[in-house]
Design a binder for this molecule. Structure first.
Ligand code: CDP
Ligand code: MG
Length: 139
């Protein structure tokens, strides 16, 4: 059975361009409930840990630098079929391939600075949620 949670980050590019409100509105309009949310500036060590699964890939080190370059908004989202529905809402990793109307088509700059993160599996949604939020921060 598909899980009910996904973890998103509004990435430093989108926060810096003041797209946070527009993106949060799209998330709410798509039927996701916000169970936890925070603004924070990741250290390089924290960003490296979050993206450890990509270690060794050519984009890993620049990605870690980008993700620690300014504040992000992390949020734990709830909905039936959360992983697939959220990835549909945000569109393809490369905004050049993202469907019209998706978050990345609307707000991303390029394949690295692509506005938002979305978990890729139920297992990673749990790992990523635990990375950002304690039990006391979830409602
Ligand atoms: O975020 P998503 O799951 O769609 O893509 P990913 O393959 O898990 O890659 C994680 C992140 O690395 C992407 O969201 C991009 O920010 C970055 N990336 C990149 O800079 N260049 C690539 N060729 C692929 C990914
Ligand atoms: Mg991914």
């Amino acid at each position: 059975m598909a899980g009910r949670i996904t973890l998103t980050m509004i990435k430093p590019d989108a926060v810096a361009k003041n797209y946070t409100g527009s993106i949060v509105k799209m998330i709410g309009d798509a039927g996701f409930r916000i169970a936890a949310m925070k603004l924070m500036h990741l250290t390089p060590v924290q960003a490296a840990r979050f993206y450890e699964v990509h270690k060794g890939k050519p984009f890993y080190e620049p990605l870690v630098a980008f993700m620690s370059s300014g504040p992000i908004v992390a949020a734990l989202l709830e909905k039936e079929n959360a992983i697939a529905d959220f990835r549909e809402l945000i569109g393809a990793t490369n905004p050049a391939n993202a469907a019209p109307g998706t978050v990345r088509a609307l707000f991303a700059t390029d394949v690295q600075r692509n506005a938002v993160h979305g978990s890729d599996s139920d297992e990673n949604a749990i790992i990523e949620s635990d990375f950002f939020f304690s039990g006391l921060e979830r409602y």
